[in-house]
Ligand binder design. Structure first.
Ligand code: FES
Ligand code: FES
Length: 147
C-alpha cells in the first residue's frame, strides 16, 4: 500500500507491504536512509534511534503506520548534506567521538531529542543509555558536556 511519510521536512510517498512493518526497514530498505542502524531489534542498543514529533523513538519497534502524519527526523536530516553543521555533530567532531561509528547516529539523535526537550550537558548524559561496543563512552561524555 502507498502511504505518505514526512521525513526530514519532506513528504514522501512510499509503498510498504504492511503498516506493521518497523519504520527502520522502511527508512533503510525502501527509502535508502541507511544512517539509522540496526543493532538489537528489541529496544536495547539505541542504534536505530530517530526523532518523531520531537520524541526519541526506536525505529526497530516503531510501526510505520504509527509514523503517518508525524514529523520524522533521521541523522540525514540534522544538517544540510555534507555540512555536519548541527551542534551535536560539531561536538562529536570536535571531540573525535566515533570509533567504528556504527552506534553514533543513534547516540547523536538521542542527544538531539534531549536538547529539544530543553536538556543540556550532564542532564543529557543521564538519558543516554545506548550501547557502544567500541567503548567510546568517555569521548561521548566530553562531547555532551559541551551541549
Ligand atoms: S536496533 Fe533498535 S534499539 Fe537496538
Ligand atoms: S563507535 Fe563502534 S559501536 Fe560505537
Amino acid at each position: 500500500m502507498n502511504i505518505t511519510l514526512n521525513v526530514n521536512g519532506q513528504n514522501k510517498q512510499v509503498a510498504v507491504p504492511s503498516l506493521d512493518m518497523p519504520l527502520l526497514w522502511v527508512l533503510r530498505d525502501i527509502m535508502g536512509l541507511t544512517g539509522t542502524k540496526y543493532g538489537c531489534g528489541i529496544e536495547v542498543c539505541g542504534a536505530c534511534t530517530v526523532i518523531i514529533d520531537n520524541q526519541r523513538e526506536h525505529a526497530c519497534v516503531f510501526n510505520v503506520g504509527s509514523a503517518v502524519g508525524k514529523k520524522i527526523t533521521t541523522i540525514e536530516g540534522l544538517s544540510a548534506p555534507g555540512t555536519q553543521s548541527h551542534p551535536v555533530q560539531k561536538a562529536w567532531i570536535d571531540n573525535q567521538v566515533p570509533q567504528c561509528g556504527y552506534c553514533q547516529p543513534g547516540m547523536i539523535m538521542a542527544c538531539e531529542a534531549a536538547r529539544r526537550a530543553g536538556h543540556h550537558g550532564t542532564e543529557i548524559l543521564s538519558e543516554l543509555k545506548h550501547l557502544c561496543v567500541c567503548g567510546t563512552y568517555q569521548r561521548i561524555r566530553e562531547a555532551v558536556k559541551t551541549l
